[in-house]
Design a protein around this ligand. Sequence first.
Ligand SMILES: NC(=O)c1ccc[n+]([C@@H]2O[C@H](COP(=O)([O-])OP(=O)(O)OC[C@H]3O[C@@H](n4cnc5c(N)ncnc54)[C@H](OP(=O)(O)O)[C@@H]3O)[C@@H](O)[C@H]2O)c1
Length: 280
Amino acid sequence: MNSVLVVGATGNVGRQVVDGLVAEGVSTRALARDPGAAVFPEGVEVVAGDLAVPESLAAAADGVESVFLVWPFHDTQGAAEVLKVLGEHAQRVVYLSSTTVNDEGPQSDLIPQRHAEIEALLAESGMPWTVLRADTIASNMLGWAGQIRAGDVVRGTEVAPTAVVHEGDIAAVAVRLLTDHSHTWRKYLVTGPRVVSRDDQVQAIAEVLGRPLRFEALPLDVARESMTAAGLPAALIESLLSMAAFRPRSDLITTTVADLTGRAARDIREWAADHAAVFR
Ligand SMILES: NC(=O)c1ccc[n+]([C@@H]2O[C@H](COP(=O)([O-])OP(=O)(O)OC[C@H]3O[C@@H](n4cnc5c(N)ncnc54)[C@H](OP(=O)(O)O)[C@@H]3O)[C@@H](O)[C@H]2O)c1
C-alpha cells in the first residue's frame, strides 16, 4: 500500500492533497510544526517536524514511499540538508514548483529563481523526484478578503496575466503523481483553463458576491510601504515586488489537470463560488 508524507499539510494546497489521499485510501502522514493545533481527517497520522530543522524530518519521513514537498521560505538555505534527510528515509519526492521557472535562460524574478534552485538541488540529490510546476495559485486571492469585506476596491501590485489555477486542481494532480510511480523523473506543468488579469480575478469574485468591485494597481513604492506597514517580512516583500516588476505575461495553458485527473481544470469563477463565504 502507498504511504505518503505531506509537507505543508495545513496549507491551501497541502490540505487538499491530504483530503485526496485519504479519499483514495492512501496511508497518509501530515507534517505539522504544531501537531496539537492541526486538524486533519480521521485516519491521518499527524507528525511533528519543521523544515527549518532538517533532522526533525527523519522520523516523519521514515518508511514512506512518497513525500509531497513545498518550500515555504524565500531563500533556499537548508534545502540541501532537507533533501538529504528525506532521501535517507523516503523513496521519492514530489516537489511543488512554479510554471514561472525558465529552463532556457535567466529567471524573471526571485520566486522562479528559488524554485529553480530547489529543482537543481533535487536533481543533484540522486533521490527519485517528480516536479509539479503550478501556475499562480487561485488561493492567493484569499489575501484580498479583508479589503473586499471592507469596501469595493482591491489595491495591490499589478502582475502580468497568467492562467491562474484552482488549488484543488493542483492537489488532485499531486495525488496522481504521489500514488503512481510511473511519473518519476518527470516535470508536469499545471495551469488553469484561461489567462486572467488581476482585474479578471476581482470581477470573478464580484459576480459571485453580486456587487461591483474593482482592482486598483499600486505603484511599487507605495506597495512596498503598505506591505511594510502591514508587517510582511522584508524577504517576502522583495519577492512580491520583483514578481510585479519583472514577471512577463504567460499565455501557457496546459491540459495536465484533465490528462491526469479526467476532469477539466476549474475556472476562477468556480474558485470564487467555492470561496464566496470568505469574501462576504
Ligand atoms: N502562491 C503561488 O501562486 C504559488 C505558485 C506556484 C508554487 N507555489 C508554491 O506552493 C507552495 C504551497 O502553497 P500554499 O498556498 O499551499 O501555501 P500556504 O497555504 O502558505 O501553506 C504553507 C505551508 O507550509 C507550512 N510551513 C511553513 N513553514 C514551515 C516550516 N518551517 N516547516 C514545515 N512546514 C512549514 C505551513 O505549515 P504551518 O501550519 O506550520 O504554518 C503550511 O502548511 C508555496 O510555498 C510555493 O512555494 C506557490
